[in-house]
Design a protein around this ligand. Structure first.
Ligand SMILES: [Zn+2]
Length: 541
């Protein structure tokens, strides 16, 4: 499978992608994501349950079975994730006489199916459920029971990896104590404290508050699709078409400490990012495989049976990684404290603002929805650093650590309180209109310490983060079901069968499946919050 994909990527790079952009991809300057789908399909999509299963009357269980089949089918027609924008109101319409246990069992079966290897024969569908705003009796029930089913895990209590669940926070609906869904919010926090899921989408942030909360949400692992220069706004029936990631650190090496020179190189690479995205868009319009797709009505404009009319509603994202690594190279200085970050903060913000002004400008000029993405950089984080280490940055400390830091995130190995981390990242969120996330690391599962989770989420909302998650090492014994931080063997039954779940780029994943770069990052991570008290420290594992 992997070898086949590699030869397909090579073939696309040499025969379809323009030579200049292929070189930029090869030199890890401007990475083209999902290259193997370059000429066939788009990345991700926001959707409603009704879009996928219709509104025919049937039992809740039958509806969820139909939904699973539709998800698997759609997953094979696109390269990235599927985001249900208001899953709770959606499924409420299908609940009839079923009792609570029956509904939990249906969700349980559904989650088991989602976690089976179905996607392209070897991966699972990347599905995200946005929820938390439905205040109807059935909508609230759906939310509570879905959380309950997720928390229980599979038959042996093992946590589910999929789906990703995103709780939408909104004042007047669930944030304050006297609001209708505050109890649901508290339940969500309780599950997060044990499972890292749900994550939280802040409907009240500066950028999000401009749009009705029920029309926006997360798709994939962080993609945010909201404005539209070509039609209806909001996240439904639209998605990210394609994205590239710029290597800010490499540009910093090349500019040799000269900020003016850095901007010249950045502008040149932004122009290339625009060029390759336009080329891909054009290629998809001409060669994309959408015939089966048009009749489904999933995508805005699909009824025209014309790829351009459909895809013009999606976004083209320019992403970036390694902002603080780039600053370290530019300044010739190790950036390892909040006070040093503050010293260079305005210059760092100015770089990201410059990139956002560029995507806004070309959105006007090209009449396509360009957006700025705080890239998750799944595979890229290590491969960029490795390449640069061999070709230009080998004497630099940021290269030696073996990975670059995610988007605008503060260095993961820096001792910083959660308040400082959030305050240093908050302002970047509103600039990254294509998607962003801030994480806070716990040293251990907070478990019963739900207040700590609540405090962090609310502080992040106050600091204007759009999307927030908490991370902790989630180990469990697959023999006896013991959960917690397990160093070595299971303390309960001495079994060595330990499954270690971590989140490094948007989704939960098993630690032993991480790329080398991500593993190095994981090892370097400091935590910002002890499980039972405040404080900073370091993983010793
Ligand atoms: Zn055990």
């Amino acid at each position: 499978m992997e070898a086949g994909q590699d030869s397909k990527k090579k073939d696309i790079l040499s025969n379809i992608v323009t030579k200049r952009y292929a070189e930029k991809h090869d030199s890890r300057t401007c990475h083209i994501h999902d290259l193997e789908y370059y000429n066939t399909t788009y990345n991700c999509l926001g959707i409603s349950v009704k879009d996928m299963v219709g509104d025919r009357k049937r039992s809740f269980g039958n509806m969820m079975n139909a939904l699973h089949r539709a998800i698997v089918e759609l997953t094979n027609m696109q390269s990235g994730g599927i985001g249900f924008i208001h899953f709770d109101s959606d499924v409420a319409a299908y609940i009839e006489e079923e009792n609570d246990e029956e509904i939990i069992e249906i969700f349980h079966e559904f989650f088991l199916d989602l976690n089976m290897s179905t996607r392209k024969g070897c991966e699972n569908p990347y599905v995200t459920f946005n929820f938390g705003l439905a205040t109807s009796k059935k909508g609230r029930r759906a939310s509570f029971l879905m959380l309950e089913a997720y928390e229980r895990g599979d038959g042996r209590g093992n946590p589910f990896i999929f789906p990703n669940m995103v709780f939408k926070i909104k004042t007047g609906i669930n944030q304050e104590e006297d609001t209708e869904n505050h109890d649901l919010y508290m339940k969500a926090l309780d599950v997060t404290a044990k499972r890292m899921v749900p994550t939280y989408f802040n409907c009240d942030s500066k950028a999000n508050a401009l749009f009705p909360a029920d029309t926006i949400g997360i798709m994939g692992c962080r993609s945010r699709v909201v404005t539209n220069v070509n039609g209806r706004e909001g996240s439904l029936n639209r998605g990210n078409v394609a994205c590239v990631t710029l290597n800010l650190v490499q540009m910093a090496y090349q500019s040799e400490g000269d900020l003016d020179r850095f901007y010249i190189i950045l502008d040149e690479n932004l122009a290339d990012a625009r060029g390759v995205l336009l080329h891909r868009f054009q290629t998809l319009c001409e060669q994309g495989i959408f015939e089966e797709y048009y009749g489904k009505g999933y995508y805005l404009g699909a009824e025209s049976c014309d790829a351009r009319e459909m895809l013009k509603n999606g976004t083209l994202s320019i992403g970036f990684i390694g902002l603080w690594d780039a600053m370290a190279v530019l300044k010739g200085r190790t950036i390892d404290s909040a006070s040093i970050i503050k010293e260079y903060y305005e210059e760092a913000i100015a770089i990201i603002r410059h990139m956002r002004e560029y995507t806004d400008k070309i959105t006007e000029e090209d009449h396509l929805n360009f957006s700025l993405l705080a890239t998750a950089a799944e595979g890229v984080t290590g491969s960029f650093a490795q390449y640069d280490s061999a070709h230009q940055g080998k004497d630099f400390e940021v290269c030696k650590k073996g990975y670059y830091t995610n988007s605008f995130h503060v260095p993961v190995n820096m001792d910083v309180s959660y308040q400082e981390k959030i305050a240093l990242e908050g302002e970047f969120h509103s600039l990254c209109n294509g998607g962003s996330i801030t994480y806070v690391e716990f040293c251990e599962m907070p478990g019963r310490n739900v207040e700590a989770v609540q405090e962090i989420i609310e502080y992040a909302c106050k600091m204007d983060c759009n999307y927030i998650g908490i991370n902790f090492p989630m180990d469990h014994c697959t023999d006896c079901g013991y959960m917690g931080r397990i160093v070595g063997k299971c303390p309960c039954c001495q079994s060595a069968a330990i499954r270690r779940l971590r989140r490094v780029s948007g989704y939960l994943a098993e630690e032993d499946k991480f790329t080398a770069g991500k593993r190095k990052e994981l090892k370097d991570r400091r935590f910002h919050m002890a499980a039972n008290s405040m404080g900073v420290g370091r993983y010793d594992g």
